[in-house]
Design a protein around this ligand. Structure first.
Ligand code: MN
Length: 263
């Protein structure tokens, strides 16, 4: 099948509905939680919106608003320059990342039961290899998403903050090393507020997903939703961030194309 035919087949499948589009995005809303850092650090801003006009004296025929937020508010993309380990890499800001990174195959590792049993569940290399024994080796250049069903939580339950910080699942350093160095993934995504576990300051290295992914020029996605609607393999992720000059990240709409006719 040549490339034209592949796109024609895709177009037909999209039109017929055998390939469906799944929205993996939370609504940008002032109430959606953002990461909270220790008080000595600068803080991530929530989504805010102000009305400019709504068919009134400020603009009789039109409705529009101004909004502000952090580059890391809501469902969002992390670029390599987000972390110090990636600060000197080329093409490492959201406006300079090659666009092919934003349309890729995606693997979904289901950790939902383990995360329900243990809010500090850590994804290990052993867990990934066991997943591969069922679903095949993670293809080079894929996105890998860690399904925890954390997106079904809301409010304080979502950040799950305690006196000693947040308690949410994430990967170990060795798991990220396996994904980056051996499987050569393009990025890693989670349903939680960060790609790292809530207690990842205590891992080696601290915040291994941020440190190792971005140091290797890889990307992150967080605050994803609806990962329970995706198959373990075979879907295509579509995740272009806003083209913010020298941006460290960006809120974005994340979609997945899923073949419902596949077994
Ligand atoms: Mn982020």
């Amino acid at each position: 099948m040549n490339e034209t035919n592949a796109l024609q087949a895709l177009a037909g499948a999209l039109t017929s509905g055998s390939i469906v589009t799944v929205d993996l995005t939370h609504t940008l809303d002032p109430d959606f939680p953002v990461i909270v850092l220790p008080p000595e650090f600068g803080q991530c801003a929530r989504f805010r919106v102000e009305e400019v006009s709504r068919y009134d004296e400020r603009g009789p025929a039109w409705y529009w608003r101004n909004f502000t937020c952090s580059e890391h508010t809501g469902t969002h993309f992390d670029a390599p320059i987000h972390w110090i380990s990636g600060k000197d890499l080329p093409d490492a800001a959201v406006d300079s990342i090659p666009a092919d990174a934003f349309v890729r195959p995606v693997c979904v590792i289901d950790c939902s039961q383990e995360s329900a049993d243990d809010e500090d569940f850590l994804l290990t290399p052993e867990f990934i290899v066991a997943w591969e024994q069922t679903h095949g080796v993670i293809p080079e250049g894929s996105w890998v998403l860690m399904r925890t069903d954390w997106s079904k939580r809301s409010g304080a339950e979502y950040l799950n903050m305690r006196d000693d910080g947040a308690h949410t699942p994430g990967p170990t350093g060795d798991a990220v090393k396996l994904l980056v160095e051996e499987r050569k993934i393009i990025g890693f995504g989670t349903e939680t507020v960060g790609t790292d576990a809530g207690q990842a300051t205590h891992l080696s290295p601290p915040y291994p997903a941020h440190y190792l992914l971005h140091g290797a020029g890889k990307y992150g996605l967080q605050c994803l939703a609806n990962l329970d609607e995706l198959p373990p393999t075979g879907a295509i992720l579509v995740c272009p961030p806003l083209k913010i000059k020298n941006g460290s990240g960006s809120p974005l709409r994340v979609l997945a194309l899923v073949d419902r006719s596949a077994a």
